[in-house]
Design a protein around this ligand. Structure first.
Ligand code: E4P
Length: 227
C-alpha cells in the first residue's frame, strides 16, 4: 500500500519523507490556504507545487479550481507542465469526467476527487482516471459509512478489472488506514498526525523502557569488579 501525505505544508512533507514511508502527496485548495497561512505569506501555486514535486519522487496531486470542461482542460494542461509526477486533481462532475478522459488522450494523468458513491467511482474508472479518491471521513461525518464506500469501489473495480487506483482519502484516524489496507486500497492519503499515530503503541513504549533500564543495569553489573 502506498502512503501519501495530505498536505501542502513543506515542513510536514519533509518530516514524513524523513520517516522513510512517504510515496506521494495530495493537495487541494483548502490545504493550499492552510500552507499559505502557516507560511505567513501568499504562496505562488505553481511554484509551490513545483517545490513539492522536487521533494518527492512519487505522485503529487494538484487540484484544478474550475468547473467547466474548457477551464479544467486549460488548468490541467498548465499543471501537467510543472513536473512529470504531477497528477491533475479533477472534481467528480460531468465536465470533470469529460476532462479526465480528454486529459488522458494527451497523456495527462488525473486523480478524480470528491467521490462519495460507488457509481461515481465507476464513472471515474470508465473515464480513465489514474486515481479515484473516496472521501471516507466526510461520509462518516454525515452518519454514513465511509469504509463501505471504499469496499464497494474495490469490489466493482476488481470485478471489471479497472486499473484506476483506489486512493482512500479524508482519512481521520488509524482505523481508517487499517480498514483501507485490509480492503486492498492501493493508496491511503492522510495528515501527518495520522501517520504519527500509526507509529505509537503503548506496549512498544513499555517494552522499550524495560529494555533500556535492563541494559543500564547490565552495564552497571559489567562495570562492577568481580570478587
Ligand atoms: C484528498 O485528496 C483530500 O485532499 C482530503 O483527503 C480531504 O480530507 P478532509 O475531508 O479531511 O478535508
Amino acid at each position: 500500500m502506498k502512503f501519501f501525505i495530505d498536505t501542502a505544508d513543506l515542513a510536514e512533507i519533509h518530516e514524513a519523507k524523513d520517516m522513510g514511508v512517504l510515496d506521494g502527496v495530495t493537495t487541494n485548495p483548502s490545504l493550499m490556504r492552510v500552507a499559505s497561512e502557516r507560511a505567513g505569506k501568499p504562496l505562488d501555486f505553481f511554484d509551490h507545487i513545483a517545490k513539492i514535486c522536487n521533494l518527492v519522487s512519487g505522485d503529487v496531486s494538484a487540484e484544478v479550481t474550475a468547473v467547466t470542461f474548457d477551464e479544467i482542460m486549460k488548468q490541467g494542461r498548465e499543471l501537467a507542465t510543472i513536473a512529470d509526477n504531477v497528477v491533475v486533481k479533477v472534481p467528480l462532475i460531468l465536465d470533470g469526467l469529460k476532462a479526465i478522459n480528454a486529459l488522458l488522450q494527451e497523456g495527462i494523468r488525473s486523480n478524480c476527487t470528491l467521490c462519495f458513491s460507488p457509481t461515481q467511482a465507476l464513472l471515474a474508472a470508465k473515464a480513465g482516471a489514474a486515481y479515484i479518491s473516496p472521501f471516507i471521513g466526510r461520509v462518516d461525518d454525515i452518519s454514513s459509512d465511509g469504509m463501505k464506500l471504499v469496499q464497494e469501489i474495490i469490489e466493482i473495480y476488481t470485478i471489471y478489472g479497472y486499473e484506476t487506483e483506489v486512493l482512500a482519502a479524508s482519512i481521520r484516524h488509524p482505523m481508517h488506514v487499517l480498514e483501507s489496507a485490509l480492503m486492498g486500497a492501493h493508496v491511503a492519503t492522510m495528515p501527518l498526525g495520522v501517520i504519527k499515530k500509526l507509529v505509537s503503541h503503548p506496549l512498544t513504549d513499555i517494552g522499550l523502557n524495560k529494555f533500556m533500564s535492563d541494559w543500564e543495569k547490565f552495564e552497571q553489573q559489567s562495570d562492577t569488579p568481580q570478587s
